[in-house]
Design a protein around this ligand. Structure first.
Ligand code: ATP
Ligand code: MG
Length: 242
């Protein structure tokens, strides 16, 4: 199968420093590639460059048949909804003053796909898809738990009907007791929607458990890519969201 994302010889520079040094990897539809490595090795720089939120200094980023580094902002705009980030800090990415339902509706409005009659039903469907009670839509981020907030962040990403999620430490800020629930949700959504995941994490054990393949990064380079752990027992049942 053609990869959904095919990154070739990617280079990212911060000033004179090369923080991502000619790395290559790919992600197939429905696949999770884990990107793991110590703090400062270039994981987030890679994520930002894949998403074209920071333009790479070299290499190619093929996404869904388009080579993104050769496109200008205007050409990128129609492709952006299909590749969505989910960041570590769910409170920050939702916007502190917005009600959850407005934060989820915003991408629909920006894309021009908001409709006053069908929009609210779509937001309700997204809340339901991520396991959040409809009533939580009226709350603001600080009135939710970290796990609920990250679920809302995922709903917001799903509003764009993406093909790829770039998940940069999506559960690292969560209380350990809430992590399994969010990871199970991500696994379920992937299966249902055939999403590709680039899953960034510094926890090798977690990545081995959650991902199909694991790319290990050190000092800006991928030092090896391996299949994840042998099949493990079924994932534990989703924790009840709190
Ligand atoms: N905006 C920036 N300006 C200058 N240097 C930067 C910037 N962002 C990142 N760097 C440097 O690039 C290198 C890689 O950083 P990056 O954030 O990609 O690492 P990371 O693997 O995501 O680390 P962590 O696990 O701590 O999130 C680091 O040495 C960092 O100091
Ligand atoms: Mg990082």
């Amino acid at each position: 199968m053609n990869p959904l994302l095919d990154v070739r010889d990617l280079v990212v520079r911060h000033g004179p420093r090369t923080t991502v040094d000619h790395i290559s990897f790919d992600v197939a539809p429905g696949e999770t590639l884990g990107l793991v490595g110590p703090s400062g090795c270039g994981k987030s720089s890679t994520a930002m460059a894949v998403l074209q939120l920071r333009r790479p200094a070299g290499g190619e980023v093929w996404f869904d048949g388009h080579e993104l580094t050769s496109l200008n902002e205007k050409q990128l705009r129609p492709l952006r909804p299909a590749m969505q980030p989910v960041f570590q800090d769910p409170y920050g990415s939702l916007g502190p003053r917005h009600r959850i339902r407005d934060a989820i509706a915003e991408p629909l409005r920006v894309q021009g796909s908001w409709d006053r009659t069908t929009g609210p039903a779509r937001v309700a469907e997204l809340l339901e898809q991520v396991g959040l009670d409809l009533s939580l839509g009226d709350r603001r981020p600080h009135e939710l738990s970290g796990g609920q907030c990250q679920r809302a962040g995922i709903a917001r990403a799903l509003a764009c009907e993406p093909k790829l999620l770039v998940l940069d430490e999506p559960v690292s800020a969560l209380d350990p007791s809430l992590r399994a629930g969010v990871l199970n949700l991500l696994a379920e959504l992937q299966e249902r929607l055939d999403l590709g995941y680039l899953f960034i994490c510094h926890d090798l054990a977690l990545v081995r458990h959650f991902c199909d393949r694991v790319a290990e990064m050190r000092e800006g380079r991928i030092v090896r890519t391996t299949p994840a752990a042998p099949p493990s027992p079924p994932r534990s049942p989703a924790a009840t969201p709190r």
